[in-house]
Design a protein around this ligand. Structure first.
Ligand code: NAP
Length: 525
């Protein structure tokens, strides 16, 4: 695909046009300058058109066989690669994220699309089941067949902190397409140019693969108007969101208040507790501290898996941990944050921790200048943490709180009182194993991913990944937004009873023309 320039246009069906609502510009947070061209939000008429086209596209798109749908996902990946230079430079300008990170994220995005192409070809996700009729049984059993079918058009909200991998062509879009759902993306206003370029790569793939034009649309505009209108539209059947707790819960409410409520898969706030056990601290406290500093500051701390809470026992060697973290942070340059709004929220969160009489400010990195994230570590006692819940609020950026617990019982109480989390990490040595066994069920109840001797930043895209967790880290802890299981969010089981073979979906016909794996009369095929 030829490289293309950002034109400031929304993509609806096969067309592209500028919005007619309030105009805005992207902003370069590093240079603090406005980026051309200007964009403008869509209108309710644009929402209506995108939804009408998506509804019309649903039946033909979901009827595509595994090969056609996989080829579509792969075509998007190829088109993104074809326009990589334009996407990378625009994303760097719009986010302040460094080139190596953006290139890595592009690779992750195309890798995700190809993973879902493999999932579609494999067909196991359909979980097809056939229970043949048993006419001689008393009472007789009908012929009963189940397959997972796509929900319908899905709305995806692009995330500010991953302009590619959790945005227009990101994991929510890839998994919804894989399931057979048309997608309408509400772009994040922080990276509209990147959104347009990624959107054009998808639009081109829709055309090249001969798919209905309503398979994809990209709209700009405010969340409270365009976002709410999309979620409220009766033709929309599911929502994917990554962002703030306030935004996610507002959209959940809109979805619940519809005549037909629909699922909202919102990934929201998480402080990702890290437990440091005494043996691990004694053995390698400084090294853990240095690794922690790296995780804390990755992407200027703007990761949903950022380690915002560190739990240790009083009397263990937290001094080595703090010294290791301090040494590593002293070497770091402050990193630019994504937007003025996110920077402001970060400063307010840090200022509140500084002003809180219960905290000690143990590490303050270089404050830098401009829209940068100063790394910070605060310390509190477990009593104080439990007495003041503001201390466990997510501060989106490179800020964390070290909690000293009197004993293992208090450590478990702190964990039990935490809200749901995306990740929980535990650092252990051989001498800690009895304690770990005791703590593990507590951590598992609180988090979607429990990891040993590491940090939750860096979410591998693979079959076994869970990037989700109990509320409020996500709206529905039974799901994941990363990895192949993410497809399950956009499917529902449908059962056909005594249906003539020719009228069944190909996945359930006797001849199994798509060769999908099936469980027939209880036996996996
Ligand atoms: P955000 O404010 O939640 O915005 C995300 C998207 O949701 C935007 O498209 C926004 O539209 C829309 N939206 C927000 N509030 C809405 C509402 N009440 N109704 C309908 N739509 C709404 O998130 P953000 O801009 O990415 O960052 C703000 C904060 O979110 C950060 O400071 C951080 O605390 C948190 N955050 C968390 C994560 C995470 O993974 N946990 C990731 C990113 C951000 P507009 O275009 O109108 O803003």
């Amino acid at each position: 695909m030829d490289e293309m320039a950002v034109q400031g246009e929304m993509l609806i069906g096969a067309g592209a046009r500028a919005g007619t609502a309030a105009s805005f510009h992207a902003f370069d947070p590093t240079l603090q300058t406005v980026l051309e061209p200007s964009f403008a939000g869509g209108t309710l008429a644009d929402v209506d058109q995108a939804c009408a086209l998506a509804a019309a596209a649903f039946d033909p798109f979901r009827a595509t066989g595994p090969e056609a749908r996989a080829a579509f996902l792969e075509a998007i990946a190829v088109n993104l690669e074809g326009t990589a230079e334009a996407i990378v430079s625009r994303a760097m300008a719009e986010t302040g994220l460094p080139e190596v990170r953006i290139r890595g994220e592009l690779g992750r995005t195309t890798g995700q699309l190809r993973l879902f192409a493999r999932v579609v070809r494999d067909g196991s996700y359909l979980d097809a089941r056939i229970d043949h009729a048993l006419p001689e049984r008393t009472p007789p059993r009908a012929d009963i067949r189940l397959v997972h079918q796509p929900l319908g058009p899905v709305v995806v909200f692009g995330a500010s902190n991953f302009p590619l991998a959790f945005s227009v062509a990101g994991g929510d879009t890839a998994s919804a397409f894989a399931a057979g759902c048309p997608v309408i993306v509400k772009a994040h206003h922080a990276h509209p140019g990147t959104s347009e370029l990624a959107g054009r790569a998808i639009q081109q793939a829709v055309a090249d693969c001969g798919l209905p034009e309503g398979t994809f649309a990209l709209l700009f505009g405010s969340g409270t108007e365009i976002g709410v209108a999309l979620v409220a539209d009766p033709r929309v059947q599911g929502v994917g969101f990554t962002g703030s707790f306030a935004g996610g819960t507002a959209l959940m409410k809109v979805a619940q208040q519809r005549a037909q409520p629909i699922p909202v898969y919102a990934e929201m706030s998480s402080i990702n507790p890290v437990v440091l056990l005494p043996g691990a601290l004694a053995e390698r406290g400084a090294a853990i501290g240095a690794a922690f500093a790296g995780a804390l500051t990755l992407g200027a701390g703007q990761f949903c898996t950022n380690p915002g809470l560190v739990l240790a026992l009083e009397g263990s060697d937290t001094a080595a941990f703090v010294a290791g973290a301090k040494g590593a942070i002293a070497e770091m340059k402050p990193a630019t944050m994504l937007t003025g709004g996110i920077h402001n929220a970060y400063r307010l969160g840090v200022d509140a921790l500084v002003a809180n009489p219960r905290t000690t400010h143990v590490i303050a990195g270089d404050p830098g200048e401009g829209l940068v994230s100063q790394p910070n570590l605060f310390a509190v006692t477990a009593e104080d943490l439990m007495a003041d819940h503001s201390l466990t609020a997510e501060v989106f950026g490179a800020s964390s709180v070290l909690v000293r617990c009197k004993d293992a019982a208090q450590l478990k109480t702190v964990i039990d009182e935490l809200e749901g989390q995306l990740t929980a990490a535990i650092h252990v040595a051989a001498s800690d194993l009895d304690l770990v066994r005791d703590l593990l069920p507590h951590l598992e109840r609180r988090a979607g991913r429990v990891l040993f001797n590491g940090f939750g930043t860096g979410v591998e895209v693979c079959d076994a990944m869970v990037h989700g967790g109990p509320y409020p880290s996500t709206s529905d802890g039974r799901s994941t937004s990363v990895g192949s299981l993410a497809i399950a969010r956009w499917l529902r089981p449908v059962c056909f009873q005594d249906a003539p073979d020719a009228l069944l979906p190909p996945t359930l016909q006797d001849a199994n023309p798509w060769k999908v794996p099936r469980r027939v009369n209880g036996v996996r095929g």
